[in-house]
Design a protein around this ligand. Structure first.
Ligand code: GLU
Length: 427
């Protein structure tokens, strides 16, 4: 259903097709939940957005300039929170759309944060370690007034990791004159990271897949799973689902995918990918490309790589019964509607991949308290929060006959709207 946008009082540079898609989702929801127009309008655009130029001395001695962004979509409930990605498709629209998703995700999970996202437009695979470090440090210094443990707390996202967070934390700390571990999450354990953070997103995705299976009362012994992406999210999801007795029949990385209808030996595939940097030619599997992979017969499909992978061009050939969104925005709005109407249960990104930001929250809390938890404490708390969120989303979707995505958004948006209403409008 498309609905008319409220009367426009704002227009911003972020209005790319990707951003408008995120905005239309809010518009659709605002109508069905009867959201007050003044609250709706305040949530349609980022609160603030920063664009920076990042000059970097490359290994050949020449200076190259990159463009970086950091966007705060909303800060009603607390500091802005969200990842930083390094990717050629990063632009103001993408970062703003993802910042909006972070607002709904944090609110849905009950975390005291608003939503943010940042990124640098670059080809990270063409940068040396030194170039990446200099780019990260200069980017941090350009956005330094925008971030801080009580303002905005970055974390890893596509093509950034624990090392990236360590550089950001170091650059920030040196500039303010003392060590501030809580300025980022997803840090290495030895400088204040949390046990379980590295695995948290994949653990949460696997947990949601199992909750969805339970919700549908499946009795099948080893549901068949296909996973697109073998980075931090995809590979760890594969590991946990394999350990839980699921049959992972297809996985892929940037170079392509592998398939075995009888199930892939995931522990060996993980070791193989680690050693060879690719899944290609892994034993007892046949090669498939990334598009074919999505269309493989399976019970559960988990896109855990890029956005917009399941869309109008392939939605009719998708064969899964449950789709769990490990990536942010892997399903286009048309495909979301089509899958719903054809009986596919979609576990939306803001629920399915929220394990990462949830354990980020634990990391931030532990850092502020200077009191560290065991891995078991982290995992138990994560499962409690994710379990509650799954129950709420599945129940609301049934109660109001909403797509699961809309139910998840409803819960997130209504939390923020209520907080905004109570805080009122300044001045
Ligand atoms: N980048 C992750 C996400 O999209 C994690 C964000 C965080 O931990 O702050 O949810």
């Amino acid at each position: 259903m498309t609905t008319a946008a409220p009367e426009l009082v704002t227009k911003m540079e972020c209005e790319t097709p990707e951003f408008l898609r995120a905005q239309r989702q809010l518009d659709e929801l605002a109508v069905s939940m009867g959201l007050a127009s003044e609250l709706h309008q305040r949530l349609r655009y980022p609160k603030r957005a920063l664009i920076v130029t990042i000059p970097v001395r490359m290994d050949d001695g020449l200076v190259k300039t990159f463009t970086g962004y950091r966007v705060h979509h909303d800060v009603t409930l607390g500091p802005a929170k969200g990842g930083i990605r390094f990717h050629p498709e990063v632009d103001m629209g993408e970062v703003s759309a993802l910042a909006m998703l972070m607002t709904w995700k944090c609110a849905l999970m009950g975390l005291p944060y608003g939503g943010a996202k940042g990124g640098v437009r670059c080809e990270p695979w063409n940068l040396s370690m030194g170039e990446k470090e200099r780019m990260t440090r200069r980017y941090t210094s350009e956005i330094i007034n925008f971030i801080g443990p009580d303002k905005d707390i970055p974390a890893p996202d596509m093509y950034t990791n624990e090392q990236t967070m360590a550089w950001i934390m170091d650059t920030y700390s040196i500039n303010v004159g003392h060590t501030v571990p809580s300025v980022v999450t997803g840090k290495p354990i030895s400088i204040g990271g949390s046990l379980g953070r590295h695995e948290a997103t994949g653990r949460g995705v696997a947990y949601c897949a199992r909750r969805a299976v339970k919700h549908l009362n499946w009795t099948k012994d080893a549901p068949e799973v296909v996973i697109q992406g073998f980075g931090n999210v995809g590979s760890i999801t594969a590991k946990y689902l394999h350990n839980a007795g699921y049959k992972v029949v297809g996985v892929s990385d940037v170079h392509g995918g592998i398939y075995n209808a009888k199930g892939i030996d995931i522990p060996s595939a993980l070791a193989y990918a680690q050693e060879h940097g690719t899944l290609a030619n892994f034993k007892d599997t046949e090669p498939v490309n990334n598009q074919e992979l999505l269309e493989l017969p399976c019970d559960i499909l988990i896109p855990a790589a890029l956005g917009n992978q399941v869309n109008a061009s392939n939605m009719e050939r998708i064969k899964c019964k449950i789709l769990v969104e490990g990536a942010n925005g892997p399903t286009s709005p048309e495909a979301d509607l089509y899958l719903h109407e054809n009986g596919v249960m979609v576990v939306p990104d803001i629920l399915a991949n929220a394990g990462g930001v949830t354990v980020s929250y634990f990391e931030w809390v532990q850092g502020l308290m200077q009191l560290f938890w065991t891995e078991e404490e982290v995992n138990t708390r994560l499962e409690t929060i994710m379990g509650k969120a799954c129950d709420k989303v599945f129940a609301l979707s049934q109660e109001r006959n909403l797509r699961t995505r809309m139910a998840a958004l409803w819960l997130g948006v209504s939390t923020i709207a209520e907080a905004k209403r109570l805080r009122g409008l300044y001045p």
